[in-house]
Design a protein around this ligand. Sequence first.
Ligand code: NAD
Length: 365
Amino acid sequence: MTYKIALLPGDGIGPEVTQAAVKVINLVAEKFNVKMKYEEFAIGGNCFDKHGTPLVEETLEGCYNSDSVFLGAVGGPQWEKLAHHLKPEAALLKLREKLELFANIRPAKIYPSMLDNSTLKKEVLEGTDFIVLRELTGGIYFGKPRGMDDNKGWNTMVYSTEEVERIARKAFEIASKREKVVTSVDKANVLEVSQFWRNVVEKVHKDYPEIKLNHMYVDNAAMQLVRDPKQFDVILTSNIFGDIISDISGMITGSLGMLPSASLGKKYSLYEPVHGSAPDIAGQNKANPIAAISSAAMMFFHTFEMTKASEIIEKAISLTLDEGFRTADIATQESKVVSTTEMTSMIMNNIEKIFAEEAIGVFLL
Ligand code: NAD
């Protein structure tokens, strides 16, 4: 089996963390006897410098012709003064739109040895492992009419049956590979659009009787996330609520350098760390590669449907953190501070160890 991955390293630390992810993908692919073919394309500020636009047709074509897309990060101070549509970040929005990536997934999982990095108490956090599934291409960020004049401003929150159905289906499908609980977050006590959302989610749920479905108002969900995050498995929600909820969830589990993400559509998928291009540390081999490597684990899980490969990467990250290795952004006084490339090598060593141990396990059986 050969998979084609379009690589969009981007700006700042983007290329450094992309390289880290590629090394890990190659190692795991080799272990599972799968071949990876990469093609690299320009995006963001460096693309603007070369072509006068942050996203070129060639990049889009490259993404259309691949099995998946991996993106590093875009942006930097040198491009901040450009017109809105020429800014590096505009390329991301256009890419998501062109690839019709309607489902955004952000996991909130705490690695045992990182429990002290969160602002929440250890006993509240221990065992937290849920994902936020955010509808990404509809809702109030895109609804019309929108605008403002001297006296008022207005936006429209609108969802069609098709838009809610496809994201709800995705939530139930993902939950079926996890703990089988979906919590749909809305504001159905006040908003008609949320009542509509709830009705459609319930209709879709009939096709997934093995999954438990709860509904929760968004204000209560915000409270529950910091009160008892362990209660969640898959949180399904709309664009604006997901925007807020996923940031709360991200911070429950610690640093920006640790947060992966996936954006899925019907045909295409894109994986990227949540963090930006971190211009302050770019080119210094200091970036934390874990968000990017964990995004690669998500690629194995969601696109290549190689659950075991994904689990092994996550386990190797966890073991490396247990051993006390930290990049500077997550270091404590007791940590052994390592560079981007060193952290990547430590994780790869642990992947090798896990394979070796599992092979011994098979042998003993
Ligand atoms: P940022 O995420 O780049 O950095 C915020 C802080 O976190 C910085 O101190 C940085 O050093 C640190 N940091 C981020 N990722 C890290 C990592 N992997 N390892 C260690 N430390 C890390 O956010 P910002 O500074 O607000 O934005 C910088 C640029 O990135 C801007 O141009 C912004 O528009 C862009 N941006 C891009 C994306 C994206 O590509 N998806 C997302 C957010 C911001």
